[in-house]
Write a protein that binds this ligand. Structure first.
Ligand code: PMP
Ligand code: GLU
Length: 394
């Protein structure tokens, strides 16, 4: 069977693959401690579910909506962004998508000509590289040498005449680091000077811990805002990964092009999910639930971070500030347990202890492992105990 060139070199999503493997083990009756997938383990807040049920029962959810999303949802998202950042987006500057994944995918489709380059800070989320490739672009990994954050010097060293965009993901998947306002200002001005679009993936912005202050790059300077596409969605903040609602906000020309593309690709995101999302973004009563989930993640971070530091051969000198991931260097643990590679170590850990983590290779750093702490505290504590015992006994 012939397959098109464009898909042949694309690797399947490692996060989804490890999570599927963990689920399959569970289905076989094995005990699994799943620290692989990055999604809240909470269910969607009840008022959001009720809004969805009402949209089904009234019949509203039966029909197509505008491909770029329901006007009421766009209004709720715009008001939400304004409340968080002070930035105003017009309806034509906003498109609702089937998850933030589709926002990024369609952005690269309309932005990149063959050979155009996108600067991707490493470590970075698995799908950026492949999405850029699928659009005919060239991903340029930029190693973040200091504290998992790229600087203007790192970016400048990788800039070419073909550099079209830079991705800034704060808080970051897989490291949980958060860029400061000063760092974002330097990056934003550098991008502006060189006519490079900033792709600000702020999807974890509601998950900040231990008093961390947050600034989105869109709120620093109006010129930087105009040179930025904001990517976010409902998945992480509202425990709505399965509903698949994301969005992009930015220059009307780009957003219009994305809407055109989506009109031929997905059409509108599922109507019932959009009605649910109106409630998520628009009902202030949801904020208390969002805050209680944030507190639970904070408590887990504060529990699990010292446990990770205690595992022989796991190195993670700085405590993450956001998202729900830990990204230790585990090279020494692999050596201690007589594994040639970290990938082998992670595979053995899953087979022998039932603890699932994602290999750092998927994020561009093969000596690391990603642990998601979006799991119940007893699961986390047991998983870390098992990892510790596995390393100690070998
Ligand atoms: N960006 C980052 C950094 C992510 O980790 C994810 C994974 N959920 C996404 C975007 C996409 O999220 P979704 O498609 O669920 O909205
Ligand atoms: N973004 C989450 C993760 O990194 C969900 C899976 C995915 O879409 O990659 O685990």
């Amino acid at each position: 069977m012939h397959l098109a060139q464009r898909i042949r070199s694309v690797a399947p999503s490692a996060t989804l693959a490890v999570s599927a493997a963990a689920k399959a083990m569970k289905a076989r009756g094995e005990t699994v401690f799943d620290l692989s997938i990055g999604q809240p383990d909470f269910t969607t807040p009840a008022v959001i579910n009720q809004a969805a049920v009402a949209a089904i029962e009234s019949g509203a959810a039966s029909f197509y909506t505008p491909a770029a999303g329901l006007p009421a949802l766009k209004a709720a998202i715009a008001a939400h962004i304004h409340a968080q950042t002070g930035v105003t987006y017009e309806p034509k500057q906003l498109v609702v998508t089937t998850g933030a994944k589709m926002a990024l995918y369609s952005l690269f489709q309309v932005l990149l000509d063959p050979g155009d380059e996108v600067l991707i800070p490493i470590p970075g989320w698995v799908s950026y590289v492949e999405q850029v490739r699928l659009a005919g672009g060239v991903p340029r990994p930029v190693q973040s040498l200091a504290h998992f954050k790229v600087t203007v010097d790192d970016l400048e060293a990788n800039r070419t005449a073909k550099t079209r965009a830079v991705i800034i993901n704060s808080p970051s998947n897989p490291t949980g680091v958060v860029y400061t306002k000063a760092e974002l200002t330097l990056i934003g001005n550098w991008a502006l000077r060189h006519d490079i679009l900033v792709v600000a993936d702020d999807i974890y912005r509601d998950l900040l811990f231990n008093g961390t202050t947050y600034h989105s790059i869109i709120e620093i300077d109006p010129q930087i805002t105009q040179n930025t596409v904001l990517i976010s969605g409902a998945s992480k903040s509202y425990a709505m990964t399965g509903w698949r609602i994301g969005y992009a906000a930015g220059p009307a020309k780009l957003i219009g092009a994305m809407s055109t593309l989506l009109g031929h690709a997905t059409g509108n995101p599922t109507a019932v999910a959009q009605y649910a999302a109106i409630e998520a973004f628009g009902n202030p009563a949801v904020d208390a639930t969002v805050e209680s989930m944030r507190q639970a993640f904070e408590d887990r971070l504060n529990t699990v971070y010292p446990l990770v530091q205690q595992v022989p051969g796991f190195e993670l000198p700085e405590k993450p500030q956001g998202a729900f991931y830990l990204f230790p260097n585990v090279r020494r643990a692999a050596v201690l347990t007589h594994h040639k590679t970290v990938d082998d170590f992670i595979a053995a850990l899953l087979a022998e202890t039932g603890v699932a983590m994602v290999p750092g290779r998927a994020f561009g750093m093969p000596d690391h492992a990603r642990l998601s702490y979006a799991a119940a505290k007893p699961v986390l504590v047991e998983a870390l105990g098992r990892i510790q015992a596995f390393v100690a006994q070998n």
